[in-house]
Design a protein around this ligand. Structure first.
Ligand SMILES: NC(=O)c1ccc[n+]([C@@H]2O[C@H](COP(=O)([O-])OP(=O)(O)OC[C@H]3O[C@@H](n4cnc5c(N)ncnc54)[C@H](OP(=O)(O)O)[C@@H]3O)[C@@H](O)[C@H]2O)c1
Length: 327
């Protein structure tokens, strides 16, 4: 089969497509014919040897996929050959076939396309866990989402609107702001041009936001924290800016606020039943049209490096998916 292979740490352009042996299913595992595999910022960090958990070289990148079961290992219950599934794991999705443990796989209803399903685990999973579990977001509350047109950011906008929250979307361009408006954002701020705190203050009549969703870090984290309301919750999701911001601890004290860490990958491994339950809820929302993953572009396996480059260049909007059928 064809697979994207990373043989050395570096930039995404060095990824190559190679012909390698088909994977074999171990106990409790499936072989999935991959139809769509979404690109995520952590894939870029791993290729650059900058992620908290690194695989051994050579390896195949890609951490979420959707496809069809074509093989089953010993002890697998359900998941008959031909079943449509979606799944997430650390590596191996940018390939024609992937080995997936059944604990990481979910049956995909016939009326959901592979592209949308491939985008549902990491980004929607992270934002659902962050907003509804870690921050206990309630209808009527206001959320400030940084990097709101990115993968996890747009998922956060979509989920927050689905549960009846008000959303302020902070982005770096007018084009990104328009996409967030189309996803229901009540206000947008171009934080690279406008003063973030002043914009939030004006939109909330000086009260501040109940929840901040921060996958960006860097220089925006402190003004975002200072924009929080009494009893607010600040979600530390990621550091796409490249800089891990520092915060003076008097700030949470003054607001009676919580600084809340979000680590979806670890959550989904340590709490597999909760991971499966979250996915079932979101799949129901997807089927009823309550969620709408934004698939901006499709890439062949040979173009997987270009998808990761678009994330690095800050040009991606919503999700980018790698589709082995495109070559
Ligand atoms: N905690 C978790 O469990 C978890 C799970 C998944 C991902 N993450 C993290 O969340 C972050 C976002 O991931 P993603 O897949 O959503 O990425 P993405 O699609 O590339 O979105 C990241 C957004 O960050 C903003 N950004 C600001 N400075 C940037 C820079 N120097 N380079 C690139 N983007 C920059 C961009 O929005 P603007 O241009 O509008 O500023 C961009 O849209 C990453 O740090 C990732 O590791 C965390």
């Amino acid at each position: 089969m064809k697979a994207v292979i990373c043989t050395a740490w570096g930039e995404p352009e060095q990824l190559q497509v190679q012909e390698i042996d088909n994977p074999l299913a171990g106990a409790g595992e499936l072989i999935v014919q991959v139809k769509a595999a979404a690109a995520n910022f952590p894939d870029l960090l791993v290729v650059r040897n900058q992620y908290q958990a690194q695989p051994v070289l050579p390896y195949t990148p890609g951490r979420e996929l959707a496809g069809v079961v074509i093989g089953r290992g010993a002890g697998v219950e359900g998941f008959a050959i031909g079943t449509r599934v979606f799944a997430s794991q650390e590596t191996g999705a940018f390939a024609e076939q992937a080995r997936v443990h059944t604990s990481r796989a979910i049956v995909l209803p016939d009326n959901i396309d592979f592209d949308a399903a491939a985008a549902l685990t990491v980004t929607y999973g992270t934002s659902y866990h962050a907003l509804l579990d870690r921050a206990q977001l309630r209808a009527g509350e206001t959320v400030l989402v940084l990097g709101a047109a990115g993968g996890v950011g747009l998922a956060a906008v979509d989920i927050a609107k689905a549960v009846g929250a008000r959303v302020i979307a902070a982005v770096s361009s007018r084009e990104k702001a328009e996409v967030c408006r189309a996803y229901g954002a009540d206000a947008t701020v171009i934080y690279t041009e406008e003063d973030l705190r002043a914009a939030v203050k004006s939109f909330t009549d000086g009260r501040g936001v109940d929840v901040v969703y921060d996958p960006v870090g860097g220089k925006f984290s402190e003004p975002a924290f200072r924009s929080i309301a009494w009893r607010g919750r600040y979600l530390v999701v990621g550091f796409a800016d490249g800089e891990v911001a520092s915060l003076r601890l008097n700030l949470p004290l003054l607001k009676g606020a919580s600084l809340v860490g979000v680590f979806w990958g670890e959550y989904s491994r340590r709490e597999p039943a909760a991971f499966q339950a979250d996915m079932q809820v979101m799949m129901g929302w997807l089927q009823s049209g309550r969620l709408r993953p934004h698939i901006a572009q499709r890439y062949s396996l040979a173009e997987a490096g270009q998808a990761l480059r678009a994330l690095a260049n800050r040009t991606a909007i919503g999700k980018l998916v790698v589709c082995p059928d495109l070559g």
